[in-house]
Design a protein around this ligand. Structure first.
Ligand code: CUA
Length: 378
């Protein structure tokens, strides 16, 4: 037996430590999207597959280098281990052949990695040539504004896109640096505040492979609510997406200056199966609008049917179709009546530091009226 039982016993704590460390490292590598929806290891678009291919290539070379170098090291440690009785080994200085090899081989490997890396950088940093959907992404403290100029849609935090279509994003910020990131669909991309002297509008693109909800996150520190500046990309079939667009266009400031469309005399919804906007004189709208104006919501929010309906967005999101959104508070809470009422009661309790500050406490009657009013605007 080359290894004595004494040696094995001494190695045991090291083996246990190494195993624990390996397990900890490996749990970070899961591709389980249900548990970790923001994994970068389960690409769901052409864009993220480009990035993933590059990662796999680099990882492959890194593993080969690691195994060879560590293997040689362990072999040398074992083969040339010393004993107290050993004579002093032969002293040498330098080995030209060896030095040439260990300089040339890494240089060749780095060159092999550089080619796909540079190619991917160029592929992913330009705007696509023939985008099928164009969306403007505007970062705000602490929410995302989305405009679809060609489709006449204005919305917030939840981006709807059709599956299998190339989406082109043009991105900037309204205040400080943010970074838009939906890990399964596209890489991180910084959004810069633009002004008269600085006009850096960043492009990004992706074509989603499959339908579903993909969550994302602001990835550039932007203030107290940075970590909770979430986002969601809702990838739909073309029919679902078209129906969503038709619904969002109703009363949009980009379509008809925010005017409520004339009442539908046929009694049918404007898009089959999709609710339109409630009538201007419906009791829920009359009571809600009154509360909306009395509570000062208009200071920060554009809303169809109010004097600021023609504004795309003010300090806060445009609320004209708030009822159709799945979340509130930038993907932080499900958009339920309970959460919405809690938000209206105490926005700072739901998201400390949020820009939503109430001029006064709302009454429970006002909160009830506002929840019904916002919910009715699908
Ligand atoms: Cu926006 Cu961090």
């Amino acid at each position: 037996m080359a290894l004595s039982t004494g040696l094995l016993r001494r190695l045991r704590p090291f083996a246990a430590g190494a195993l624990t460390l390996a397990l900890l490292v490996l749990v970070g590598c899961t591709t389980n999207e249900a548990t970790y929806p923001q994994t970068t290891l389960a690409p769901k678009s052409d864009f993220t597959r480009l990035v993933d291919d590059l990662f796999q290539t680099t990882f492959f070379w890194a593993v080969i280098v690691f195994v060879l170098v560590e293997g040689a090291l362990l072999f040398a440690m074992w083969k040339f281990r010393g004993r107290p009785t050993d004579a002093e080994p032969e002293q040498v200085h330098g080995n030209v052949a060896l030095e040439i090899v260990w300089t040339a081989v890494p240089a060749i490997i780095l060159a092999l990695i550089a080619v796909p890396t540079v190619r991917t950088i160029f592929q992913t940093s330009v705007s696509p040539e023939n985008p099928e959907i164009e969306i403007e992404v505007i970062g705000h403290q602490w929410w995302w504004e989305y405009r679809y100029p060609a489709l006449g849609v204005v919305t917030a935090n939840e981006m709807h896109v059709p599956v299998g279509k190339t989406v082109s994003l043009k991105m900037w910020s309204n205040d400080v640096l943010h970074s838009w990131w939906s890990p399964q669909l596209a890489a991180k991309r910084d959004v810069f505040p633009i002004g008269p002297r600085f006009q850096k509008i960043n492009p990004l693109w992706f074509k989603a492979d499959e339908t579903g909800d993909f969550s994302g996150q602001c990835a550039e520190f932007c203030g107290i609510q940075h970590a909770r500046m979430g986002l969601r990309v809702i990838v739909q079939t073309e029919e679902e997406f078209d129906a969503w667009v038709a619904q969002q266009r109703l009363g949009s400031p980009l379509v008809d200056g925010g005017q409520v469309p004339p009442p539908d005399t046929t009694g049918a919804a404007p898009v089959p199966g999709i609710p339109g906007l409630p009538a201007e004189d419906a009791p829920v709208v009359v009571a809600g609008r009154q509360a909306f104006q009395a509570a000062g919501c208009m200071a920060c929010h554009a809303m169809v049917g109010t004097p600021l309906a023609g504004q795309v967005a003010l300090m806060g999101p445009n609320l004209s179709h708030f009822g159709s959104r799945r979340t509130l508070g930038a993907n932080m809470y499900e958009n339920t009546d309970e959460n919405l009422a809690a938000w209206l009661r105490d926005p700072q309790g739901m998201k400390v530091g949020s820009r939503m500050v109430l001029p006064r406490e709302l009454t429970e009657d006002e909160i009830r009226a506002l929840v019904a009013y916002l919910r009715a605007h699908q």
